[in-house]
Write a protein that binds this ligand. Structure first.
Ligand SMILES: Nc1ncnc2c1ncn2[C@@H]1O[C@H](COP(=O)(O)OP(=O)(O)OP(=O)(O)O)[C@@H](O)[C@H]1O
Ligand SMILES: [Mg+2]
Length: 263
């Protein structure tokens, strides 16, 4: 028992020191975008999808990104996760300037610092749920094989799939696939989670379950950025960032909108 307490205390201390170090580096900000512009070629010309975005997100925040279709929400999220690159500007996430990293460095960085949840789950169809969750830990060479297996089982239990882990993605429902995708995003214990319309393909009940799970993760200290078209969900999230024509046109809470004279 004493041994167990000593190990738990040590893990807690190591995490605390890491957190304090990271906060000193970044002043508590986990995401910093400075003058980010994204231009895509379109026909003979070009389209500016993000136009001078300046944005800071603190560690532990729960943020909703909303806005009409085609206004740059996914592009913004992909730039924060280093999947896409800005045409100009700085992108500093978890203390790393992503614009300075090579593709290989970015892949390694992502494996450690960020968990990504997609609208269409993107689980590997030939692997069962357990293997899907283990995969990012294998890539990051995290712990021993036994520890990876134990963590994957723990995470699948956490998202309520303890009895489904041997099944292929095609053998479970959309909601179960999304919960497995969340377990996969959590596998390397990243401080930041980004989710692009994670409830877009789920019924209302399952959406609420996924949302509750996200809320619990934020309570435990994770930072969560979620793109959503679901206004009911968006208004339960403390910070709302609205994107229109590639610009941030609102950054506040839903209460401010309801209370505003224009509503
Ligand atoms: N690879 C690309 N090449 C050219 N244009 C692109 C590319 N990716 C996105 N776009 C354009 O950038 C704009 C913003 O796209 P984005 O996917 O960020 O929108 P969104 O707000 O996420 O929309 P939705 O709500 O429909 O998902 C759109 O006009 C889209 O056509
Ligand atoms: Mg999108």
């Amino acid at each position: 028992m004493q041994f167990f307490l000593a190990i738990t205390g040590r893990i807690f201390l190591v995490k605390l020191v890491r957190m304090i170090r990271a906060m000193n580096h970044t002043n508590g900000k986990i995401v910093q975008l400075e003058d980010v512009i994204k231009v895509y070629p379109a026909g003979d010309g070009a389209i500016t999808v993000l136009n001078r975005i300046n944005l800071a997100i603190n560690q532990g925040e729960f943020v909703a990104i909303v806005g009409a279709s085609g206004n740059g929400k996914s592009t913004l999220l992909n730039i924060i996760s280093g999947i896409d690159h800005p045409s100009s500007g700085e992108v500093i996430v978890s203390g790393s300037n992503l614009t300075k990293l090579s593709e290989e460095e970015l892949t390694r960085w992502r494996g450690k610092h960020i968990g990504i949840v997609f609208q269409f789950f993107q689980l590997l169809p030939a692997l069962n749920l357990l293997q899907n969750v283990i995969l990012p830990m294998d890539f990051a060479k995290m712990g021993t094989r036994k520890e990876r297996l134990a963590r994957a089982k723990y995470l699948l239990d956490l998202v309520g799939l303890g009895d489904q882990m041997g099944k292929l993605p095609s053998q479970v429902s959309g909601g179960q696939q999304q919960r497995a995708a969340i377990a996969r995003a959590l596998s390397n214990d990243p401080p930041l989670l980004v989710a692009d319309e994670p409830t877009g393909n789920l019924d209302a009940h399952t959406s609420a379950d996924v949302f509750d799970l996200f809320s619990e993760l934020v309570e435990e200290g994770k930072t969560l950025i979620m793109v959503t078209h679901d206004e009911d969900l968006a208004c339960q999230i403390p910070r709302r960032i609205e994107v229109a024509n590639g610009e941030i046109v609102f950054d506040g809470s839903c209460n401010e909108i309801v209370g505003s004279p224009s509503s």
